[in-house]
Design a protein around this ligand. Structure first.
Ligand code: AMP
Length: 248
């Protein structure tokens, strides 16, 4: 079985994101970029399935500007076999990404597609669901455990207040939650090996996909600044303040 993993390049989770002065978006110039953390978990899971004998190839797909090659290379250094880079500088909404992924998947014919549950930049949590709908495949979102057996998978899902187990027929789309695994670091020899692994580049046009945005961003704003806290001398004073504020 082949596994396709979709990875997104985003602003590094440790970077303090700054909103542009004109409110049209966030500052991207000279900002450290990294693989979306949920995508790292998706790559790790695909590698573990392959290492356990459940798959024979792990293919990484990313859509975005030139820098996305670096992110694909990171996944190859973790152990994936090859990459597909849909090269575009355009703003990509989840629907456009889902259509691009579908076009690649139509060619690749994997048995399983793993995505992150959400990208930490747009927080959309839409691409996996849209992709499953476009493909007409089963989907299991927010996975904290994936067990493959023959032509089906049992996926444990993180839901409000508990866990849910679903069985899906393969091929299927699965999106990863935080507790699924802890992604490995790429070793130096594997980073060197990854330089020789193939990455195929293609344009959205070549895949026959219309990626024109359907949404208009009206404004991006910083969250309101939190005002400083107040130190109280006694528990009684705290209770009085909470009471006055209507908290208790
Ligand atoms: P989102 O729906 O934007 O929150 O993204 C959910 C997941 O879809 C991500 O974790 C990735 O696995 C995948 N994805 C989103 N954007 C891209 C992209 N440009 N290229 C490849 N995969 C993507």
């Amino acid at each position: 079985m082949k596994i396709v993993v979709a990875v997104k390049r985003v602003i590094d989770a440790n970077v303090k994101v700054r909103v542009k002065a004109d409110g049209t978006g966030v500052e991207m110039a000279n900002v450290k970029m990294a693989m979306n953390p949920f995508c790292e978990i998706a790559v790790e899971e695909a590698l573990r399935i392959k290492e356990a004998g459940g798959a024979d190839e792990v293919v990484i797909v990313s859509a975005g500007p030139q820098g996305a090659t670096e992110t694909i290379r990171t996944a190859l250094a973790m152990g994936a076999d090859r990459g597909v880079h849909v090269l575009t500088d355009a703003v990509l909404e989840p629907l456009a990404v889902a259509k691009l992924l579908k076009a690649v998947i139509d060619k690749e014919q994997p048995g399983l597609v793993i995505l992150g549950k959400q990208a930490i930049d747009d927080d959309c949590n839409q691409t996996g669901q849209m992709l499953a709908a476009l493909l007409g495949w089963a989907q299991a979102t927010f996975a904290s455990k994936i067990e493959i057996a023959g032509d089906s998978a049992t996926v444990t899902r993180e839901i409000d207040g508990g866990l849910e187990k679903v069985a899906v027929k393969l091929p299927a789309v699965v999106t990863t939650d935080l507790r699924l695994n802890e992604p490995r670091y790429a070793s130096l020899p594997n980073i060197m090996k990854a330089k020789k692994k193939p990455i195929e580049a293609m344009a959205p046009d070549a895949l026959g996909v219309d990626i024109a945005p359907r949404l208009t961003v009206l404004k991006v704003e910083e969250p309101p600044k939190r005002s400083a806290g107040v130190k109280v001398e006694t528990a009684a004073e705290l209770v009085a303040k909470l009471h006055d504020a209507g908290v208790i």
